[in-house]
Design a protein around this ligand. Structure first.
Ligand SMILES: Cc1cc2nc3c(=O)[nH]c(=O)nc-3n(C[C@H](O)[C@H](O)[C@H](O)COP(=O)(O)OP(=O)(O)OC[C@H]3O[C@@H](n4cnc5c(N)ncnc54)[C@H](O)[C@@H]3O)c2cc1C
Length: 707
């Protein structure tokens, strides 16, 4: 008889317990168990904070799956899709090829993923705290911050390096804040340039008390202990954005700090997102016995599932405790199904909660009792020690914890070369990305939003906007290539997302890719053509004229997002304009179709596979154009519009009411501005030249140009 094939997707609390229980009940000749996990180990999440705080070694919180489950087929592969109708999974093998595998029963226990995108800028600037890599990276980063603080001669910068911000005061936020605080404060005695008092660990939480999961008396105890240990609790406050400098709060304050850890925000794994099954808030809905609703051979467990607990008729909590019990009870149910017996609903009475708060203190709620302080901390350690999956891990962790009690924490870290990395950066409206005169450190490409280029009128004069940059533009290249300070300042005009390469990576790229080098060199030449450099005398009279003097009305029938490509090209052929605007359903500017873009469109179509080109001209414009076009607002001067067109080599520019409400009010054409400039220069050559040089209207200076 061929054994029943059970495929388990995931290798966390639920999956491991399921595999263990099932193997204990059925022999390999009765049941083939294949467990697919994207990592080859199980992560023991309750100890992640200890890894980040260097109180245990990295490998103590990760147990190799094949050593825990010797009689189970463990595969380190990510499952891409599950076809519940065909009873098949699809996964990528080591060569990148997609394989399909049939199953008799599938168990989905792939957990959830962290989702930092719920707060702008967190993805770019914060550490998530979910997988082992997060804890390792955070530990390395915290130690690197101490090293940089030691090396810094600027007290403000030193304080920034020593400021740590943790967002979210649930279990993981409190534990990680406690561990970082302990690691940094206990290590200050090995550094000479700062003291304990220079360390700032802040915990930001929207409610008026931390640890909403435990009883108020315990939460209050934890608050007092954490404050005594030097942690600043920022309560009743939300983080609304994160930038390179720190975290912006909803009351307008900016909490400065070089380390941000975001412990809030989860999202279903992509596997669950694409699964054709009933879901609620991203979690798979199951029947009481944990089979997916509407299916007889598919089960869902742990954080990815929404399972009603028959004990209290409430949805199960997303904790390791629940995941483990679900793993065990689902395996017993599967055995019942295979033996033709009735299944049982999931039912579990939670045992309690334990949370370490740093400094050998913890809070615990066990079997209805509240315990806090050192005793709770001892209990916390003992419980987790015995919950660890193998005896070798228990010994390892016990040894690490004993070591931590007797000796200082380990401050060594692998100095991986972070200078050659691509990073993402997020800036709020009004933030400066670079300042005129500063040394060049990064090459930036605009992924989203608009920026303005500013130049100062004279060495100490005010800065004025001279051009606008948008999606796809890049900057920093000229100063890096010429090894000189920036000649312009760049400021975010809207919320901006950038992709940045460090100077070391930029030099390597520019040095090794000939086409890229050429592109960057051409951009430098083009930039030296900027209006503010080439024709500074145009600024005074262009600035005095309102932009409305140059405004052409929006062409009669602008295109819509759902206009077909064929209709759009027809409109362009019938129109005298250089291009047409594309509006969204609220009549706001969405994109633009330029005559020059048509060749680009042909090139884009040429790379679409032949069998997918049918009906191309009927497809919507949005399939071919990029949203968020470069534009100026009614508040901009004609000089900014002219400078932007010249810098981008374009002949017209949409004008919108404001950046917050980008309703098109018309467009400006290069020839209208040039015509105006010609008339001004021809009619009052002398006075224009003189007024341009008058102290109040000085031409724009190129401050560092001679360098
Ligand atoms: C920092 C932290 C501290 C915590 N502390 C506690 C605590 O003290 N007590 C407690 O009870 N709970 C705690 N939890 C919650 C607990 O860890 C989770 O509830 C539990 O891990 C859920 O188990 P799971 O089996 O559903 O998923 P997980 O343990 O998350 O395991 C899912 C596994 O599936 C893998 N996977 C995902 N997609 C795929 C795919 N497509 N193919 C193959 N593999 C895939 C993942 O790599 C992962 O290994 C903590 C969580 C965190 C993040």
């Amino acid at each position: 008889m061929t054994p029943t094939r059970v495929v388990i997707v995931g290798g966390g609390f639920a999956a491991v317990q399921f595999a263990k229980t099932l193997r204990g009940k059925l022999s390999p000749s009765e049941c083939e168990i294949l467990l697919f996990n994207s990592e080859n180990h199980m992560v023991f999440h309750p100890l992640l904070a200890d890894v980040a705080g260097a109180s245990i070694n990295v490998d103590a919180a990760a147990t190799p799956l094949r050593q825990m489950l010797p009689k189970v087929g463990c595969r380190t592969e990510r499952v891409q899709r599950i076809d519940l109708a065909a009873s098949e999974i699809a996964f990528e093998d080591g060569t990148g090829a997609l394989n399909r595998l049939h199953y008799d029963h599938v168990v989905i226990a792939c957990g959830a993923e962290s989702n930092l995108s719920i707060i702008p800028g967190m993805t770019e600037h914060a550490f998530a705290f979910k997988v082992m890599r997060d804890a390792i990276d955070l530990r390395q980063h915290v130690v690197r911050q101490m090293e940089q603080a030691e090396a810094s001669s600027d007290p403000d910068r030193r304080r920034w390096h020593l400021s740590f911000i943790i967002v979210g005061a649930g279990f993981s936020g409190v534990e990680v804040a406690g561990e970082i605080n302990e690691l940094v404060r206990s290590s200050t005695r090995f550094y000479h340039n700062f003291r304990k008092d220079d360390v700032v660990v802040s915990l930001v939480h929207p409610k008026d008390h931390i640890l909403p999961e435990v009883a108020p008396t315990l939460a209050e105890f934890a608050r007092k202990k954490m404050e005594k240990a030097g942690i600043t609790l920022v309560l009743n406050t939300r983080a609304v954005a994160a930038t390179h400098e720190g975290v912006e709060l909803n009351d307008g304050r900016m909490l400065a700090g070089g380390t941000i850890v975001c412990t809030i925000g989860t999202a279903p794994s992509p596997l669950v997102q694409y699964l054709d099954a009933p879901k609620e808030r991203g979690r798979i809905l199951t029947q009481p016995d944990m089979r997916i609703q509407g299916h007889t051979n598919a089960w869902a467990l742990g954080d990815c599932a929404l399972i009603i607990n028959a004990y209290d008729n409430k949805p199960s909590l997303t904790t390791g405790q629940f995941a483990e019990r679900q793993g065990r009870q689902a395996a017993l149910n599967l055995v019942r199904v295979l033996k033709g017996g009735p299944t049982r609903p999931f039912s579990f009475k939670a045992l309690g909660e334990l949370c370490s708060i740093g400094g050998y203190q913890a809070v615990a709620e066990m079997f209805g009792m509240h315990i806090s302080g050192f005793l709770a901390w001892f209990l916390w350690r003992s419980v987790y020690l015995f919950k660890l999956p193998t005896w070798s891990r228990r010994f390892k962790v016990a040894l690490d914890w004993t070591w931590d009690l007797l000796f200082p924490r380990d401050l060594s870290f692998l100095n991986s070369d972070t200078s050659k990395q691509f990073t993402h950066a997020y800036y709020r409206q009004g933030d400066f990305i670079q300042r005129q005169g500063d040394p060049a450190r990064v090459f930036s490409v605009v992924e989203e939003g608009q920026l303005e280029v500013l130049v100062s009128d004279g060495p100490n004069g005010p800065e004025r906007v001279v051009a606008v940059l948008g999606k796809g533009d890049f900057f920093g290249n000229a100063a890096l290539l010429e090894n000189r300070p920036h000649q312009t300042s760049i400021r975010a005009r809207t919320v901006v997302r950038l992709r940045q390469a460090s100077s070391a990576l930029f030099s390597e790229m520019a040095g090794s890719f000939a086409p890229l080098r050429e592109l960057l060199a051409n951009a430098v030449t083009r930039n030296s053509d900027e209006l503010w450099r080439r024709l500074p005398i145009s600024k005074p009279f262009l600035d005095r004229e309102p932009l409305t003097s140059f405004l052409d009305p929006v062409p009669g029938s602008p295109l819509r997002k759902d206009t077909s490509l064929g209709d759009a090209i027809k409109c362009l052929r019938e129109s005298a304009a250089a291009g047409l605007m594309v509006l969204d359903e609220n009549n706001l500017l969405w994109g633009k179709l330029d005559r020059r873009d048509l060749y680009q469109l042909v090139a884009r179509i040429a790379i679409i596979p032949l069998d997918k080109r049918d009906g191309l001209t009927q497809r919507k414009l949005t399939d071919f154009l990029l949203p968020d076009p470069l534009c100026v607002t009614l508040q901009d001067s004609p000089f900014v519009a002219a400078g932007t067109m010249l810098q981008h080599g374009i002949a017209w520019l949409p004008v919108v009411r404001s950046l917050d409400h980008p309703e098109p009010v018309g467009y400006v054409r290069e020839e209208n501005i040039v015509d105006f400039m010609l008339r001004k220069v021809a009619s009052a050559k002398e006075s224009v030249a003189t007024s341009a040089l008058a102290p109040t209207e000085q031409p724009l200076q190129r401050r560092a140009e001679s360098a």
